[in-house]
Design a binder for this molecule. Structure first.
Ligand code: SAM
Length: 253
């Protein structure tokens, strides 16, 4: 596993000052507008509506989860061309044939993890980094693993730019878990597994919860498995459709 070390965030290779510091016309001290300026989207209002209508309105009751999702700027985790859809009620492409999950699914799985502020959590399938950002507001530490290097790098850059300092991003096969930081109070898998990976159960702390979609590639059941005194209690939560978990304890490529 490789861990990404903190680097100063940049926008491409252009320092901010060279964009913001120069006048549009040489010698002029004011910007000149050509055409009509579009109003910037009101992301705060869109996020508020998302929380009220898609989450609270559909039965998400955990106030800590609702507050976290009201704070995390989902549009920052969505590629430029889809930012206008960031708060809509569906998954969105993040490239590499992967998606950032539907807001309701993020809220539902997070709520079912039942996190306390002192909990240490593991996410498998970092994708855009959005779910990790939500978890970081509810737990003391979040480890997240992504198998695609480009997505891991992008997720890391976004999380660091936004100041989520209690998140560590790893690149590798998360179906094997992340033994070096175990045990975990909560493990969330945001890709569909054919079966529950036994190593993830082994990496749960006593009383720990694993929330994971399990089943065929086209349709899974999201399950919560809780460790009690070395025994595991399994509950079926909801039907769902996730991209496949690829790896040693997932699907073959
Ligand atoms: N949680 C993400 C977010 O907030 O954007 C969305 C996750 S996306 C639905 C599923 C992710 O799981 C993809 O980025 C995919 O590359 C990743 N994935 C699939 N198999 C994996 C594995 N074995 N280890 C780590 N990541 C994996």
């Amino acid at each position: 596993m490789r861990r990404y070390k903190a680097k100063k965030p940049t926008i491409g290779h252009i320092p901010y000052d060279s964009i913001c510091g120069s006048p549009a016309i040489p010698g002029s001290t004011t910007m000149t507008l050509f055409g009509r300026a579009a109003s910037p989207p009101d992301f705060d209002e869109a996020r508020r509506l998302m929380v009220e209508r898609q989450l609270r309105g559909r039965g998400i009751k955990d106030e800590r989860v609702l507050a976290a999702m009201l704070l995390v700027p989902r549009h920052e985790f969505v590629p430029g061309e889809f930012k206008g859809e960031a708060y809509e009620d569906h998954p969105i492409s993040i490239g590499e044939d992967q998606t950032i999950s539907q807001p309701f699914m993020v809220a539902k799985m997070t709520q079912e993890l039942m996190l306390k502020p002192s909990d240490v959590t593991l996410e498998i399938g970092a994708g855009s980094g959005y779910q990790a950002a939500v978890l970081s507001r509810l737990a003391s530490m979040v480890y997240t693993v992504e198998r695609r290097q480009r997505l891991a790098c992008l997720a890391y850059a976004t999380l660091m730019k936004l100041g989520y300092a209690n998140v560590a991003v790893f690149c590798g096969d998360g179906s094997r878990g992340l033994a070096e930081h175990s045990p975990y109070d909560g493990i969330i898998v945001t890709a569909g597994a054919p079966e529950v990976p036994p190593v993830l159960l082994e990496q749960l702390a006593e009383g720990g919860r694993l929330v994971i979609p399990v089943g065929p590639k086209m349709h899974q059941v999201c399950k919560r498995i809780t460790k009690h005194g070395g025994r595991y209690e399994t509950e079926d939560l909801t039907g769902c459709v996730f991209v496949p978990l690829i790896g040693r304890f997932g699907w073959e490529i």
